[in-house]
Design a protein around this ligand. Structure first.
Ligand code: ZN
Length: 335
């Protein structure tokens, strides 16, 4: 059907952009490789010094994401301060090597002794839906692991794949929802998590304090979606999803076919997808999840995780696929 419409548009000499497109196609067509490159190259730039949570580089990225959401016409999530959801993480002093905590009870306990404290911020935007009591969320963490001035040679962990790639996808999808011009059936939240590398801190804090956590119908996560695990399989992507929702697998199969996406997913239905990344914070609340991940590579958590090593075609097609998943999460009556 889409091809036929395009054909007619060409015959009539009508510009495709002005031809009656569905809202979904309008959104889809706003996603492109140049935007992916622009976002990843900014986040992974040496000037941001590896975006360690709480450090100036990651704070600049938070500021950038809030500005981008505003420019796209996406409202701040109610309860945030102009997109910012501030929170504190505490840990014991560093010789004791304790984990960072965000739960108020843990903070109160830690504050009785010598402790470390970090001031962090999730960035949260939303598009309100018709069903005001149902939510879906798409998210990616924007922090990485910083730099090490004692390293000989390259000292900056740029984190282009981990997770500038995922941030670029979530941001493009936010813009695509805005570009579609359609009010979704459910409220759609666009989330950028802080402190993932220190223990999923941002997503943990969000679910712990979210007053509507029981009304979240699905969460889609990105973490590392830009590299080739095996150079012979450049279309490889792992597609994790909650096993009790087989529709999530079928959606991707159908969309790859319908839109000619150059992806060869490894479909991994998972009974309890609590590991790996921020999807875990949601899965622990029994919220069904989808998680895109292009697997490990030798530059994982190394200074060599550079933007020029990203497979841009794949990153862009994963972004398109996930937009279509998100469209279904937001608009399908049931799943
Ligand atoms: Zn990551």
């Amino acid at each position: 059907m889409r091809k036929v419409l395009l054909g007619i548009a060409c015959i009539l000499g009508t510009s495709v952009g002005t031809f009656a497109q569905s809202p979904k196609e309008k959104g889809l067509q706003s996603i492109n490789q140049d935007k992916a490159e622009a976002i990843v190259e900014f986040l992974a730039d040496d000037e941001l010094l590896g975006r360690e949570a709480g450090q100036p580089g990651s704070r600049i990225v938070a500021r950038y994401l809030a500005s981008e959401l505003k420019e796209a016409g996406i409202a701040p999530l109610p309860g945030t301060m102009a997109y910012y959801q501030p929170f504190e993480a505490c840990a014991v002093e560093r010789q004791q090597k304790g984990r960072w905590q965000v739960h108020p009870d843990s903070l109160a306990r830690l504050k009785q002794g010598t402790h470390r404290s970090l001031k962090l911020n999730n960035i949260l935007g939303w598009i309100p839906g018709e069903r005001t009591d149902e939510y879906v969320i798409i998210g990616a963490h924007f922090d990485h692991i910083g730099y090490d001035p004692t390293l000989a040679g390259d000292q900056i962990y740029n984190g282009a794949d981990d997770n500038a790639s995922g941030v670029s996808a979530a941001l493009q999808i936010a813009r695509a929802f805005a570009a579609s011009g359609k009010k979704p059936l459910r409220n759609v939240i666009f989330a950028f998590w802080d402190g993932e590398e220190k223990g999923l801190l941002g997503s943990k804090y969000f679910v712990q304090t979210c007053p509507f956590v029981k009304q979240i119908k699905g969460y889609l996560n990105f973490d590392m979606i830009g590299r080739n695990n095996n150079p012979d399989r450049p279309r490889h992507v792992v597609y994790f999803y909650t096993e009790s929702h087989p529709a999530f697998g079928q959606w991707l199969k159908d969309d790859i076919k319908e839109y000619g996406l150059k992806l060869e997913p490894d479909y991994r239905a998972w009974d309890r997808p609590i590991g790996g990344s921020d999807n875990g914070s949601f899965a622990l609340q029994e919220i069904p999840i989808i998680w895109y991940h292009t697997d490990g590579h030798p530059d994982y958590h190394q200074p060599g995780d550079h933007a020029e090593r990203i497979n841009w075609e794949k990153l862009t097609d994963i972004t398109r696929a996930a937009f279509l998943n998100m469209w279904n999460l937001a608009n399908e009556k049931t799943y």
